[in-house]
Write a protein that binds this ligand. Structure first.
Ligand code: SF4
Length: 375
């Protein structure tokens, strides 16, 4: 049986940090290699988090390098690639940064070794993680009810596979559940009964049974999980949301990455001084173009040197956002951005609901961006 590698990428964000702790505590039987891909432009809080994790995990987090820094004139991954791209700043539509500094080093490091990659997408999120185009890399999502990636589910639930799935359930499902399960299994996927409905129906009936049958199916394929003799994740039916993530981080002593914590700001609205709070909603480079305007203001006020460094990159018509940072830092713009943010955060209050919390704000911002940098 070939050697299977288990890896978990730590972006510096809360979810991957919590997943690393979770895997080390709940699945110590799995020998996970924890790794990070440094862009050279992360916030200090991210480097602090990785240092704390090193001691909590009792293992060194490996650095998957994107360049040979000693032999690069820029001595830094982001600056190295920026020079290669002729000063062309990355953006949401031309995101060379993630590919060059996160995905390529990951795939180079893995090579052709069959590999299982654990990804910290939470049970309360509605997004798919990165699924490698390389067939030897399989993603698993331990925080979700459905731990399997979309490509696996598609093959497993294909109408042509119904007989196999039925036979496996017949072998292991208790009598009391089998009849109901077979109703779903035998019903082909169609416009009236979609793949999503089918997977949800089977998971709602019994998560562990579903996982066991998928595991048997994977043994008939080249997927890395199918090459394992046992896989403790198939006994897992926990679903973890954002509160669980914060609890894992708190309980472990690692704590919540400092940039998520709300800080107070003051803003004048109609002659009155109001107090709001701001923070960063995600990890990643300090100049990340996915930041919201209020996060740029947070950077300006909390890390003014980094803000100035971000300005230094804006040259010859290349800017991080539509509004150049020199404009955004003007007091009238800062006040306008805070005002808009304060009113948006407190809009719900006037609708007799509670105002938006900093956790809500993180949740709202999460839809955008990329799993490699922010999970
Ligand atoms: S954090 Fe933002 S700028 Fe940095 S690599 Fe990721 S997407 Fe690119």
């Amino acid at each position: 049986m070939s050697e299977i590698k288990h890896v978990l990428g730590i972006s510096g964000g809360k979810d991957s940090a919590a997943l690393a702790i979770y895997m080390s505590r709940k699945h110590p039987d799995i020998d996970v290699e924890y790794y990070t891909c440094d862009t050279g432009k992360e916030l200090n809080e991210t480097y602090d988090l990785i240092n704390k994790l090193n001691s909590v995990l009792g293992k060194n987090i490996r650095l998957y390098k994107s360049i040979d820094e000693l032999n690069s004139p820029e001595k830094n991954p982001f600056d190295h690639f920026l020079a290669m791209y002729g000063g062309y700043l990355p953006s949401a539509t031309a995101r060379w940064c993630t590919g060059k500094m996160k995905l390529e080093p990951f795939e180079n490091e893995i090579g052709n070794t069959p590999t299982i990659s654990y990804v910290g997408i939470r049970g309360d999120e509605n997004r798919e993680g990165y699924i490698s185009k390389k067939e030897n890399i399989q993603s698993i999502f331990p925080f979700r009810k459905n731990i399997w990636s979309e490509d696996v589910v598609k093959k497993f639930l294909a109408n042509s596979n119904i007989d196999f799935v039925k036979k496996q359930y017949e072998l292991i499902a208790p009598k009391g559940k089998l009849e109901m399960i077979l109703q779903y299994v035998e019903q082909p996927i169609s416009l009236r009964f979609t793949q999503k409905q089918k997977v949800n129906a089977l998971l709602d009936t019994d998560v562990k049974l579903f996982n066991k049958v998928v595991f048997e199916f994977l043994k008939t394929t080249d997927y890395p999980v199918g090459k394992l003799e046992r896989f403790s994740l198939i006994e897992n039916d926990e679903v973890l949301g954002i509160d669980d993530i914060f609890k894992i981080l708190d309980d472990s002593g690692v704590g919540i990455p400092a940039y998520y914590l709300p800080l107070e700001y003051e803003v004048e609205i109609n002659g009155e001084i109001k107090k709001g709070t701001y923070s960063r909603s995600r990890s990643g480079c300090f100049f990340c173009f996915f930041q919201q305007k209020i996060e740029w203001v947070w950077l300006l006020e909390q890390h003014p040197t980094l803000y100035e460094k971000a300005i230094d990159y804006e040259k010859e018509g290349y800017t991080w956002t539509i509004e150049p940072l020199q404009e955004l830092k003007k007091p009238e713009r800062v006040n306008a951005i805070k005002k808009e943010h304060f009113l948006r955060m407190h809009k719900n209050k006037t609708n007799a609901k509670t105002s938006t919390s900093w956790q809500d704000e993180i949740l709202e911002a999460e839809g955008e961006g990329c799993a490699s940098c922010f999970i």
